[in-house]
Design a protein around this ligand. Structure first.
Ligand code: ZN
Length: 666
């Protein structure tokens, strides 16, 4: 699982050291940032070459995600990009500018639905103008493009409204626009996979359905179309594999070559047991400096949480910052033993948690341009239990967010008083990093399912509960004397900055990401709301926290930090019980009661105040460009890195140089 960024963020004290441009272009609700690949120049030629081929393998997967996010996405992108590049009318007119923004948003989301809220974009250009331009200025010779059909999808607000629908009481598959199922109902899909599970290995279950589209044909037969080098998305996966093969000789050790071999074998066969073997080899390969994720990983795009979206990140260790998380890992058992969770749900032996801080070298698929700041993989429950997991914090991305947020006025507007502001100023960055480390290194890896409990029992609530579990583990331990003893926090005050930010965010400020009238949908956001509101209510009688009105503005005030810690501990124990026993009803009640609904008056107030700050609520990254310098024999003699490519140029280049999939993938 990849952990997302906390909304809003706190301001870093660190000065931008040089003229590197951390923040770039803005449009709609988005801001583009850049990250520095710190230390790339100091790598050996072999390591640089390895990274070069791995980032090629990463970029070749892009169109897979576009098609996974919606069956019309590749076609729409093609037409929009053609107009964007060929339009010979006034490029400053409202219609063209509307199309430009729509295209930029579509690039950002890898499709026509919002990357976070999942709602379909409302175009700010007219259908009439769009049709005229396409008919008069474009020569579209691709049979796949049916203008009427595309207009229906783009302009009719009732068509394919949401990419992922998690609303209660409807067929989640048929009301979701993501392209993971075709012609099947939710009940049919659930039955299909329940049967696979019942017939499969219960001790070491594969992640059923993770690498295929589930399809019902004209005769009513339901079957999987697998994503393999000779199946669905084959052409793109062949290019991924080709570059993995080129990378292989430059891998850092024989074990890492084995990891690549298993990944290739899995891409070629689609065999999920091979995928588990690959995951085990990958999680156990902890020595190399350079590492990568490349595959079908995240299940947030499927309302049933089975199908995995394609993504890739290439990275290498940040040795200095890694010391911090290694300290946590070495003490993992202490944290497990002392957590407020029922002993029956604890791991006797927490093992294999490797923790490190990495620098991202490339982001791709579902990690681009919007990305995560931490990684905890693999996702398979039994692989995690038997072989551990790899947890990383992505240092150069966190750093870029902090630098870009400096001085944006957010803290001044929403934080209650100077006392909290000082705490955040002094300890905010440190505790943010530590919170992420605890979440990724210890939180996700802690606890166990009771014997015989199905890891998917919590269904649509599973992701929210899992994120809440990891966050609460972090929150519970931040104030602990143990962290002071380990030298990770300077004193017993620092954690308050994190408590304040977490509660403020969950109670109110994360609402800046949501349109008026909508519910909270995204798992990480539901988790934050759930934790904050449940804890707020729990401490109400003792006035642990309160919402204070001042000059017509609402502020969160925390009166008793120590008591709040106890409450977080109680909720952690309950959430772990829900996960360990697979208590679907309790998960549903918690999430629906605390994680979903929004008070419309508070929501509007937060939006109004936020709007005045003029901050983009979502951020994403432009990748650096890698160029291989080759000798006359084609051997790479150096790899250059460049940070000057613009957002649109990058997207157009990717579409031009890394597209092999047909516009319709069936
Ligand atoms: Zn997480």
């Amino acid at each position: 699982m990849f952990s997302a960024l906390v909304a809003g963020g706190c301001v870093s004290e660190k000065q931008a050291q040089d003229d590197f441009k951390y923040s770039d272009e803005r449009f709609a609700d988005l801001q583009m940032l850049r990250y520095k690949v710190e230390g790339f120049e100091t790598l050996s030629l072999k390591q640089k070459t390895f990274i070069y081929y791995l980032q090629e393998a990463a970029l070749w997967g892009r169109d897979i995600l576009w098609d996974q996010n919606g069956r019309y996405n590749l076609r729409i992108r093609k037409v929009l990009e053609d107009i964007y590049q060929q339009y010979d009318g006034d490029r400053e007119n409202k219609e063209f500018l509307g199309l430009e923004t729509y295209l930029k948003r579509t690039w950002f989301s890898n499709g026509i639905h919002h990357h976070y809220g999942c709602e379909k974009f409302v175009p700010e250009f007219s259908e009439k103008w769009f049709r005229e331009v396409v008919n008069e200025q474009l020569t579209i010779d691709d049979e796949a493009i049916d203008l009427d059909e595309l207009c229906h999808v783009i302009f009719n607000p009732d068509v394919l409204q949401k990419r992922v629908n998690l609303a209660e009481g409807v067929d989640l598959i048929q009301t979701s626009a993501s392209n993971y199922y075709e012609g099947v109902s939710q009940a049919e899909a659930e039955e299909f996979y329940a049967k696979q599970k019942a017939e499969g290995d219960t001790l070491h279950p594969v992640m059923y359905g993770m690498n295929s589209r589930l399809v019902k044909d004209a005769n009513g037969r339901i079957y999987e179309k697998r994503w393999t080098t000779n199946g669905l998305y084959g052409k793109a996966l062949q290019k991924v594999v080709e570059n993995l093969k080129l990378a292989r000789p430059f891998a850092e050790d024989a074990k890492q070559q084995e990891v690549i071999d298993k990944l290739i074998s899995y891409y070629e066969t689609g065999d999920l047991k091979t995928f588990d073997q690959y995951s085990i080899a990958w999680v156990e390969n902890t020595q190399p400096l350079v590492d990568f994720v490349n595959g079908f990983i995240e299940c947030y795009g499927d309302p049933l949480g089975l199908k995995c979206s394609w993504e890739s990140i290439v990275n290498f260790k940040d040795m200095e910052a890694t010391k911090r998380t290694e300290t946590l890992s070495q003490n993992a058992q202490w944290f497990e033993d002392h957590s407020p969770v029922d002993a029956a749900f604890k791991k006797d032996k927490v093992k294999g948690i490797t923790a490190k801080v990495i620098n991202a070298a490339i982001l791709a698929g579902d990690l681009y341009p919007s990305t995560a700041i931490g990684i905890n993989l693999p996702n398979s429950d039994w692989v995690r239990k038997d072989h551990g997991s790899k947890s990383v914090t992505i240092g150069n991305l966190t750093d870029a967010y902090n630098k870009a947020a400096k001085g944006n006025g957010f803290t001044d507007e929403f934080v209650y008083s100077q006392e909290e502001k000082d705490l955040i100023e002094q300890y905010g960055d440190l505790c943010d990093d530590l919170h992420t480390d605890l979440h990724e290194c210890l939180g996700h890896g802690s606890g166990k399912l009771l014997e015989g409990v199905d890891g998917d029992s919590l269904k649509a609530y599973g992701s929210t509960i899992e994120e809440a579990r990891a966050d609460l583990f972090a929150l519970y331990y931040l104030p602990d004397q143990k962290l002071v003893d380990l030298g990770l926090t300077p004193n017993k005050e620092a954690y308050k900055s994190s408590y304040y930010v977490q509660m403020m965010n969950g109670m109110m400020t994360q609402l800046v990401r949501i349109q008026p009238g909508n519910n909270i949908e995204e798992a990480h956001m539901r988790n934050r709301a759930l934790i904050a509101r449940w804890s707020f209510e729990r401490g109400k009688a003792e006035n642990v926290c309160e919402m204070v009105k001042r000059d017509g503005k609402t502020f969160l005030k925390i009166n008793d930090y120590e008591k709040l810690r106890t409450i977080f501990g109680e909720l952690l124990a309950e959430i772990q019980r829900i996960k360990s026993t697979g208590d679907f009803k309790a998960a549903q009640a918690l999430v629906e009661n605390y994680g979903v609904k929004i008070d419309p008056a508070l929501h509007q107030e937060v939006l109004d105040r936020y709007q005045k700050l003029n901050i983009a609520p979502y951020k994403g990254f432009i990748n650096p460009v890698y160029t291989a310098v080759k000798d006359s024999k084609g051997n790479i003699t150096d790899v250059k890195i460049d940070y000057t490519e613009g957002y649109a140029d990058q997207m157009l280049r990717y579409s031009r140089d890394y597209s092999v999939l047909p516009l319709v993938n069936e």
